[in-house]
Design a protein around this ligand. Structure first.
Ligand SMILES: [Fe+2]
Length: 145
């Protein structure tokens, strides 16, 4: 049991012992912006704050955070129409499959686009500093032979 759990009386049992990465959780520190990836729920703290797992919203149902995904060569190419100002920006993107996770840090003043080397079907995430986490499935892969 962690000190944070002792202090809050809130004990996290990790139900995800099989460890399917598709059930990954992301924890974001509201103070410093640190990002913690976990294969399931756990007890994490940063800057003295107990972090809660980010609940992902469906990116397709939110016009401001809709993610376009194209295949370019062997990459997934993600683009959004989203501000990238210091007050309001996408601070990271992630690509999770059943056995891997890729995390890409984004910064203000960059363009809101990310490329991930394709590793099969999985989940794509973008995190907006103001609006939280958004998720979508990777598009169906067209096999060309
Ligand atoms: Fe946003």
């Amino acid at each position: 049991m962690s000190v944070a759990e002792l202090l809050t009386g809130d004990v996290r049992e990790n139900a995800n012992r099989a460890g399917n990465m598709m059930r990954s959780k992301f924890y974001v520190c509201p103070i410093c912006g640190n990002v913690v990836h976990a294969m399931g729920e756990g007890s994490f703290s940063c800057c003295g704050v107990q972090l809660m797992p980010q609940e992902a919203e469906d990116a397709d149902e939110d016009d401001a955070h809709r993610v376009r995904v194209e295949r370019i060569e062997n990459d997934w190419y993600l683009t959004l129409d989203h501000p990238m100002t210091k007050q309001h920006y996408l601070s990271f993107a992630a690509y999770v499959t059943s056995d891997t996770v890729s995390l890409k840090k984004l910064y203000p003043e960059q363009s809101p686009e990310v490329r991930f080397p394709m590793r099969g079907s999985g989940l794509l995430y973008v995190f907006c500093k103001q609006h939280g986490l958004f998720r979508l499935k990777t598009p169906r892969i067209q096999r060309t032979r």
